[in-house]
Design a protein around this ligand. Structure first.
Ligand SMILES: Cc1cc2nc3c(=O)[nH]c(=O)nc-3n(C[C@H](O)[C@H](O)[C@H](O)COP(=O)(O)OP(=O)(O)OC[C@H]3O[C@@H](n4cnc5c(N)ncnc54)[C@H](O)[C@@H]3O)c2cc1C
Length: 410
């Protein structure tokens, strides 16, 4: 009997790896997915309180992939975005209506998106899904790669024409390939939670930059907000220990009164903030995507949106590459197509995180100027808006299909 060689082995069944498996459903390719967590574990831990802002492009794609219909409630539309900086003049207001759209995107709880992807994964035809299977070694063969995955039953060796590293910030695939990273520690810690305010959310997102980092409110269905609150790393422990009421007061002080009085906060999860960028996206018969390729500061709400575009691009390319799913030509094309979107999105997220955190007076002047320019120059605002909607670089076909917006924008 000839030994089975998969077309693709996806290492990591988080938001991005699972999206890739869904995007390959029906492609006719032989796909395996190895995820280190057991089958019974939720994709996103219940304790994780983050809300995800999904760009219009991402929602188009998730609708086409049949993921959105697995959500218990639709995403909450983001119709207006207000950006300001404490201590600076000017603010920027973006209204989706100005761009002929109903919404820039929508908000879902990360846990709900994880559960929806897990439900959709169960329907993917022909997928060899290994849970509790951690990649421990990766070797190069002749025309394939060989991966050892360790689980409760021992170690299994899998062969594939292409290995996809979708295994997160501390990627084992990346390490095994010897791909170096550059890292930046923002010395900040982010708390995610939900908030009820006197003024119900109603499509409005607020983003406010302060000397200690950004705070933001994202609209959720039912009038509540998802919130992020960034603090200096050396304050993280103290903030984690605050009572809900003291955390609510901290948020109120940082946000001001735009959403009115903050009435109650939900459970809180803490996240250290680091940027980590892989120096290469591809190697022989291997590719990195999502957080394994680039872990960003979450201030611009770009990480998953960008990782999803990685996954969609690869699915398009391997779907079209008859024969060898790991060919050097296909991988070179993947790296070429991802370059612009990746560079722009990294610059945007990092620039936002760094510039807005500079408290010095000259920087303040620059920031005020930048804010005013954004507020006054329609072309600049339009660029910001299209980035927020995920239409950057060469947009994958499923993400660019706006006829699907009817399935999520209402
Ligand atoms: C507070 C916060 C707010 C955010 N808000 C937004 C937002 O609004 N919008 C947005 O687009 N993005 C946002 N992000 C970013 C987004 O959450 C991430 O970019 C996204 O979750 C990355 O998904 P991933 O699948 O690449 O990685 P991960 O979610 O880390 O998944 C990696 C998977 O690989 C598995 N794994 C790891 N090692 C191995 C191994 N050796 N073998 C097998 N499996 C392995 C893990 O168990 C995991 O399931 C936010 C991030 C944070 C921290």
């Amino acid at each position: 009997m000839t030994e089975r060689i998969h077309d693709l082995l996806i290492v990591g069944g988080g938001l991005v790896g699972a999206s890739l498996a869904c995007a390959l459903d029906g492609s006719g390719l032989d796909v395996a997915l190895a995820e280190s967590e057991p089958a019974t574990a939720p994709m996103i831990a219940d304790a994780d309180a983050r809300s995800l802002a999904l760009a219009a492009a991402s929602l188009n794609a998730l609708a086409a992939l049949g993921v959105l219909r697995q959500l218990p409630t639709p995403p909450a539309p983001i119709r207006r975005i207000h950006v300001s900086r404490s201590g600076d003049f000017g603010s920027v207001r973006l209204d989706a209506g100005e761009y002929g759209r109903d919404a820039f995107g929508g908000v879902v709880a990360a846990t709900a998106l994880g559960a929806a992807l897990q439900a959709r994964l169960r329907q993917v035809r022909g997928l060899r899904h290994l849970s509790g299977a951690r990649l421990v070694a990766l070797r190069e063969g002749e025309g394939w790669r060989e991966a050892d995955v360790a689980g409760e039953q021992g170690t299994t060796t899998l062969k594939a024409r292409l290995v996809v590293g979708a295994d997160g910030t501390f990627s084992s695939v990346r390490a095994a390939l010897g791909i170096a990273t550059t890292a930046h520690d923002y010395q900040q810690h982010l708390f995610a939670s939900s908030v009820r305010a006197a003024r119900a959310a109603d499509g409005q997102a607020w983003e406010r930059f302060t000397d200690d980092g950004p705070v933001a409110l994202l609209p959720r269905l039912g009038g509540d907000y998802g919130c992020i609150c960034t603090v200096r790393a050396d304050e993280a422990e103290a903030v984690a220990a605050l009572t809900d009421d003291d955390f609510r007061a901290l948020l109120q002080a940082r946000l001001g009164w735009r959403a009115g009085r903050l009435l109650a906060v939900g459970r809180r999860s803490g996240h250290p903030l680091r940027q980590r960028l892989a120096q290469d996206l591809i190697a022989t018969r291997a590719v990195l995507m999502g957080n394994a390729a680039q872990t960003l500061h979450p201030v611009g709400a770009q990480g998953f949106n960008l990782g999803l575009r990685d996954a969609l691009t690869l699915a398009e390319l391997v779907g079209g590459a008859r024969g060898d799913a790991g060919s050097a030509a296909m991988l070179a094309e993947y790296a070429r197509r991802r370059a612009d979107d990746r560079a722009q999105t990294v610059r945007f997220s990092d620039g936002l995180a760094r510039l807005t955190a500079l408290p010095m007076a000259p920087a303040r002047g620059l920031r005020s100027l930048a804010m005013r320019a954004l507020a006054d120059v329609p072309a600049l605002r339009a660029r910001l808006a299209s980035g927020a909607m995920g239409f950057r670089g060469r947009v994958p076909a499923l993400a660019g299909d706006d006829s699907l917006a009817a399935q999520w924008a209402r």
